[in-house]
Design a protein around this ligand. Structure first.
Ligand code: PGA
Length: 251
């Protein structure tokens, strides 16, 4: 059966020293509180190796926040999936709305990134979600469906390694959370879209996380919904106690 997951997305926050301290604190808190879910910290590229050195893999897993759509070579400033994997990372966030919005990442690039991540043994946390206008004009189900369909050339075996994160863009960093019902409706929709392509077994085994102003005070209600398998946490992952408060929503 699918895994429950709480993943932090630090974004462009923390210096190396601050990041190592945060990872250390998360790890220390998880020694005291047994988590009933997989806990992941997704950290800036510059922090990966150092964070990996302070976390215990049975308590906390690590991911990057992006990787290149190119395998290797003359792409100054890019970081490849193989490089990310070589730091000890298990996961990589792909297609975050900030990447789509500010860096123009499109479905074709995201498919290439996903393929390279998988080929290098990384599990993609693939983000989808509508903007406010699409929520208001009622096209949100179609928008999210087409974002998920961007991966439908993957083999069933590859698709089964993907974690999906539904992050309504209007809820990210805004303090506005989707209601638990809105999240459940969308997660059930995503699961149905996956089922129609890959069948019930893969759909039932796909973890679908909610992201967007998730915090200790609302995590329990969101995670109680049958198709919400955890969260991708931005702001509240930057304080170890808040992040742990969200992890404890599964206890
Ligand atoms: P937020 O961000 O929790 O700060 O809203 C979530 C995300 O963007 O992954």
């Amino acid at each position: 059966m699918r895994k429950n997951i709480v993943a932090g997305n630090w974004k462009m926050n923390t210096t190396l020293e601050e990041g190592v301290e945060l990872a250390n604190n998360v790890n220390a808190l998880l020694k005291d509180t047994k988590a009933n879910c997989e806990v992941i910290v997704c950290v800036p590229f510059t922090h990966l190796t150092s964070v990996n050195a302070v976390i215990e893999p049975e308590l906390v897993k690590m991911g990057a926040e992006n990787c290149s759509e190119h395998e290797k070579g003359a792409y100054t400033g890019e970081v490849s999936a193989a490089m990310v994997k070589s730091t000890g990372a298990d996961y990589v966030i792909l297609g975050h709305s900030e990447r789509r919005q500010y860096f123009g990442e499109n479905n074709e690039q995201l498919l290439k990134k996903t393929q390279l991540a998988l080929a290098n043994g990384l599990k993609p946390i693939f983000c989808v979600g509508e903007v406010l206008e699409e929520r208001e004009n009622g096209s949100y189900n179609d928008v999210v469906k087409s974002q998920v369909e961007a991966l439908f050339s993957l083999s069933p075996d590859d698709f089964s390694k993907i974690v999906i994160a539904y992050e309504p863009v209007w809820a990210i960093g805004t303090g506005k959370t989707a209601t638990a019902e809105q999240a459940q409706d969308m997660h059930a929709h995503i699961r149905k879209v996956v089922e129609e392509k890959y069948g019930k077994e893969i759909a039932d085994n796909t973890s679908i996380l909610y992201g967007g102003s998730c915090k200790p005070s609302n995590a329990k209600e969101l995670f109680a919904k049958p198709d919400v398998d955890g969260g991708l946490i931005g702001g509240a992952s930057l304080k170890a106690e808040d992040f742990l408060g969200i992890v404890e929503a599964f206890n």
